[in-house]
Write a protein that binds this ligand. Sequence first.
Ligand code: NIG
Ligand code: FE
Length: 410
Amino acid sequence: MTVPKTAIGPFTQLFPMTDVPLKGSLTDEQLPIIPQGGILFSGDTIVKIGRFEDIKKDATVIIPIEGNQVCFPGIIDAHTHICFAGSRANDFAMRNAGKTYLEIAKQGGGIWDTVTQTRKASIDQLIAGIITRSQDHLKQGTTTMEVKSGYGLSVQEELKMLRSIQRANKTVPQDLIATCLAAHIKPNDADSDATAYLTEISETLFPILLKEKLTHRIDAFVEESAFSAKQIKPYLQKAKRMGFDLTLHADQFTPVGTPIAVALGALSADHLEASTAKEIELLANSDTVAVALPGASLGLGCPFAPARKLLDSGACLAIASDHNPGSAPMGNLMNQASILATFEKLTNAEVWAGLTIRAAKALRLSDRGSLAAGQLADFICFDTHTYQEITYQQGQLLPAAVWKRGKKVV
Ligand code: NIG
Ligand code: FE
């Protein structure tokens, strides 16, 4: 049986996001637009992109678009923690009432609270939570999401989280890219020190991750209050020797993560709210993607990552939601990216590159993030005549349609 070739269009503006430089600042004029554009795809893969009038000649099925629509590649959210149980609304209230991080932790809040709730949850309850949250992200146009563990903090509990993510990935339309964040904080109930905990994780958990194909990515929270650069270095080196990709929670409160991220060739350094000129320069001169997480700034009331300076220095900037129950409970990436753009003065081109092709680089995914022959048919369509409306409406304008691997899922 031959697979039909489907042509969809014409889109008033189609943004293939191809030929967009992967590093540095971008003007909107640098964003290639195909007016009256169309996509020809077969199965889950794009066959051709071009003017709808031209590509429809090769189609066996035609899906006409009525009225004005703008089309982009599906959004890639390169940093989330959507596998968790419980709520931290009480932390949020305490923080806004002026309580410090330590006071909140003393009253049973903080990351450890989510660890306690997540350990109590069954694998089915965790999967149900991932499915519900993925569904919200899908409606907002996210077709690929990274999902971290990190609320288990023991070999068995981290496995439970990563197996939940693996099983949820078979159910949701999106591709979920799992990451092991066993090095989130030192578990409160560990009878050993941080180094012994990390050794146990790397010796016992890492081989199982590879055997069960649970993830090929290792993350760590580098911060004096979590793991110092000195403590985490041997752990990350071991992960790298075993073939894992690295990504780090870096420079959230103090600029201690980026130097080690860059030195070890991490795919990305995420957060960066506390990065100074030195860390910006390091990132600009490296292949490590700088990932801004405006949702954490909005959740905690902290400064934004220096996105403008990172771009002007020549870094590759992606923007992700960090959706988690503690620092970033909102999870609406377009809303967060649009707000980051107003405070950091980012062009639409910089925002969209950060949500698509540059986010794909952060996850080392070469088959998505742009619309071209051979790429996955992941694309989102907005009912509007100009792309400028999307960030202007700050996340209120939802996609009219979301296509994932050639199937309409919204
Ligand atoms: O990315 N910074 C560390 N980890 C998370 C927060 C996790 C939590 O508070 O539950 C973050 O912001
Ligand atoms: Fe995070």
